[in-house]
Design a protein around this ligand. Sequence first.
Ligand code: PMP
Length: 354
Amino acid sequence: MRAWEKNIRKVVPYTPGEQPNKDRMIKLNTNENPYPPAPGVQKALQAMDIDRLRLYPDPAASDLVEAIAQELGVKPEQVFAGVGSDDVLAMCFMTFFNSGKPILFPDITYSFYDVWADVFRIPYVTVPLDEHFDIQPQGYTVENGGIVFPNPNAPTGVECPQSTIETILKNNPDVIVIVDEAYVDFGAVSALPLLEKYENLVVVQTFSKSRSMAGMRIGYAVASPDLIRYLNDVKYSFNSYTMDQTAIVTGVAAVRDREYFEKTIQKIVATRERTKLRLKELGFSFRDSRSNFLFVTHESCPARELFEALRRQDIYVRYFAKPRIDNYLRITIGTDRQMDIFLEFLDTYLSERG
Ligand code: PMP
């Protein structure tokens, strides 16, 4: 080993879902929205003055922050915008989890949390979900350096009741609790109203799912003005210009079109409910999902086999070879047509398999 190698920060990186690019593929593996962004986004892009790109963007992304604050009914000082919620969550880990005590998150959850903990040298302990994949609040009563969990959880899609979130907040007044609401818009209840009662709460949301803007990379945290100030201090110690001009302009346009946002969500929820019925008939079981994906297991066919069979047809879903969930598939809700093709394939495959 060369002498300098011992001083290199070595990490096992997060593995994102694959991004194949085939003409006729059906891509249900990374929880993207199957519908385009709001029409105003295209208009904003077309109207963009290219000369503006000569200049640095507004480091505070004020237009976007104000538009988000207005939409959520909070003060702009309560909003921190970043390059997707991954960037925002990474900043939160760096800013809030410095006690040296282990932070807590569920054993089955977004697989970026342990990666950030490792890269920032934050100790962590995972708290098992119960056998139905529900968060157990009593697991979050041990001494800790902070808490983070998604609601709905990923990859399970299971919603955590507000009462459980409140219990966790009440039991942990001395640390920051982050609720990652990447999928909350698809029918779950947001923890945003709890911000008035709990100054240690941080709610993180994204434009990647419900606003069809995964490619633009916009996410945000909502918290007390004090916590947002601390986040900004860390961001400005890192990179002043995280949000580029295009993201700011198109983000504002996306937030302003509430009607399109609601219509798109309704379509996805309707497709999800229809897909659930059909999957049940085909022998799958799953917890109810309040997200834009379903996390399913089949009564006789192993998940890995199905994953590979689907893949051969250029139908991509997500499979995790991990303890407790290695017989499950996570299926993003696509358009009605995509789901029909997917379900038809499953029907044929499972009946031919016998
Ligand atoms: N949180 C959860 C639970 C997620 O599943 C994702 C999507 N991979 C993210 C955060 C990050 O999404 P983005 O960075 O696109 O906002």
